[in-house]
Ligand binder design. Structure first.
Ligand code: DOR
Ligand code: ZN
Length: 360
């Protein structure tokens, strides 16, 4: 039996408030515990988006009542909320800036809208960028100019990981995360010749932002593992009906599959257990300033081989892009703050057991 610390996922879309038919604070934290994750940081692209004190409280009140693992809630960077966001920093997981195409309405296209956030958001608090390719380069330039650490979400491209490596070598305060789907999947082939939004019915299950990339991109992530600070799921649940419908929203669920996928990579000698501990516990704790969860650990049967099945998952969305994949590494027990909270397919923590990581 492998014993791991309680793992931290800094990138989760909870969907509450506003889209609880996809997921809510109860189901998402059950999925987290089943996946060996004892703390999640929730993204702000909810309905309404988390922009100010009232909307932050909406999310935090729901989390307080329902969460079964520990949590934090990001604030979204909007065109005119830089003062409010900065003042809420102590209550929030951090600030999330959407600089590229995403699900929801939080995108900040004009770079003049970035400046007040870089100037005002506390330097010690995490600032997370949804930024791809050249926008990512711009985010790193802002980090250097304003001397503000940034964390780049879901790195997927060779050009991105190489630029982050170069920026780190220059001493720029940039950290980054990579998601399992970008490590283990490539773009569907052949790529659809149809324009976006037309005739794409049926292809919705491969839609995710950033998109799945080429084998060369995937290889470069593996070659530059030491540049990757965190593994994060970008758990983005949408129902199967939505994914198979006319305008499929982008996003994959991932909380219950990240650990077995990584343990399988360990069994193939592509990764070490220490890499998992570094990138899912030590580094996210440091980057996101997460207090120690005492008497918290995960027991994993590293040799159990099984097939991933959506029907066995706790997420409400009802599907997984990894359906049928043979993996190694089954989470057997999870302990959180001295209590057993998960054992062999059963959630043992009550709704409301989870605590806000900013108040542990
Ligand atoms: O695939 C994605 N899904 N990318 C995003 O940026 C947002 C996310 C979502 O919220 O569904
Ligand atoms: Zn996301």
């Amino acid at each position: 039996m492998l014993k791991l610390p309680g793992l931290i996922d800094p990138h989760v879309h909870v969907r509450e408030p506003g889209a609880t038919h996809k997921e809510d604070w109860d189901t998402v934290t059950q999925a987290a515990l089943a996946g060996g994750i004892t703390a999640i940081l929730a993204m702000p692209n909810t309905k309404p988006p988390i922009f100010d004190e009232a909307t932050l409280n909406l999310a935090l009140d729901a989390a307080k009542a329902k969460a079964r693992c520990d949590y934090g809630q990001y604030i979204g960077a909007g065109p005119d909320n830089s003062d409010i966001a900065a003042s809420l920093a102590p209550k929030a997981a951090g600030l999330k800036m959407y600089l590229d195409s995403t699900f929801g309405e939080l995108r900040l296209d004009d770079m003049t809208l970035w400046t007040p956030h870089f100037e005002k958001f506390p330097k010690s608090a995490p600032m997370v960028m949804h930024s791809e390719s050249r926008t990512m380069a711009a985010a790193i330039l802002f980090s250097a100019i304003y001397d503000h650490p940034v964390h780049i979400a879901h790195v997927s491209l060779k050009e991105e990981i190489l630029l982050i490596k170069a920026a780190k070598e220059k001493g720029i305060k940039v950290t980054c995360e990579v998601c399992p789907h970008h490590l283990f999947m490539t773009m569907p082939s052949p790529p659809s010749p149809l324009p976006e939004g037309e005739g794409r019915r049926g292809e919705g299950r491969t839609e995710v932002r950033p998109r799945l990339a080429t084998q060369e991109d995937v290889d470069s992530l593996w070659t530059n593992l030491d540049v990757i600070d965190c593994f994060a799921t970008d758990h983005a649940p949408h129902t199967l009906e939505e994914k198979d419908g006319e305008n499929p929203p982008p996003g994959f669920p991932g909380l219950e599959t990240i650990l077995p996928l990584l343990i399988t990579a360990v069994s193939e000698k592509r990764l070490s257990v220490d890499d998992i501990v570094q990138k899912m516990y030590i580094n996210p704790r440091r980057i996101f300033q997460i207090p120690e969860q005492t008497e918290t650990w995960v027991e994993v049967d590293e040799n159990e081989t099984y097939e991933i099945k959506a029907s066995e998952q706790f997420t409400r969305c009802g599907w997984t892009p990894f359906e049928g994949w043979k993996v190694k590494g089954k989470v057997r027990k999870v302990f959180l703050r001295g209590n057993i909270v998960y054992e062999d397919g059963k959630i043992l923590a009550n709704a409301g057991y989870g605590r806000n990581i900013r108040h542990i």
